[in-house]
Design a protein around this ligand. Structure first.
Ligand SMILES: [Mg+2]
Length: 167
């Protein structure tokens, strides 16, 4: 399988060799997006405003430490429903905050996964990771709907509470 256009391997990291892999969500797990939740509240959601404010996120110390603690023979994939147009600013943010990772996956700009529920996008990427030879050993997310999807797919999934989602 050729590398999808929305997959970004970090220079100097692993580059698609397969093997054990841990999936980490970004917003609410590694980055603190609480200062921009107001864009998504109320009758008129400002989705672009919400995403465009993401470079100002402070890192979450616990999430950064968690990423750093993952065994070196495991690929760390950050799988986020941020749109593809945030690729450059997100890569810069991960580098500036020294977030350990090997692969960043954002929503594709078009085609399958570009629209619709985040859980469906992340399920599609889980299947592509497996098809690329990765064994997904664990996943961490702050959205219970994503956790349910991972568990239904047989992934050991851990939930962390950010408070961004209401059920
Ligand atoms: Mg999240």
């Amino acid at each position: 399988m050729s590398t999808p256009h929305n997959w970004f391997f970090r220079e100097g990291g692993t580059d698609g060799g397969g093997g054990p892999l841990v999936i980490l969500d970004l917003d609410g797990v590694i980055s603190d997006a609480s200062h921009r939740q107001h864009f998504m509240r109320g009758a008129f959601k400002d989705i672009r405003g919400f995403f465009n404010a993401s470079p100002a996120d402070p890192p979450l110390a616990a999430g950064r430490a968690l990423a750093a603690s993952i065994a070196g023979d495991h690929t760390v994939a950050i799988l986020t429903a941020r749109p593809h147009y945030l690729a450059e600013s997100t890569r810069a943010w991960l580098a500036a905050n020294e977030i350990r990772h090997d692969l960043l996956i954002l929503r594709p700009s078009e085609g399958p996964g570009s629209r619709g529920r985040s859980a469906d996008f992340k399920r599609m990427e889980l299947h592509r990771l497996r098809a690329s030879g990765y064994e997904v050993v664990a996943a961490i997310d702050d959205d219970e709907r994503i956790i349910e999807m991972y568990r239904a797919e047989g992934v050991f999934a851990l939930y962390t509470h950010s408070g961004y989602y209401e059920r």
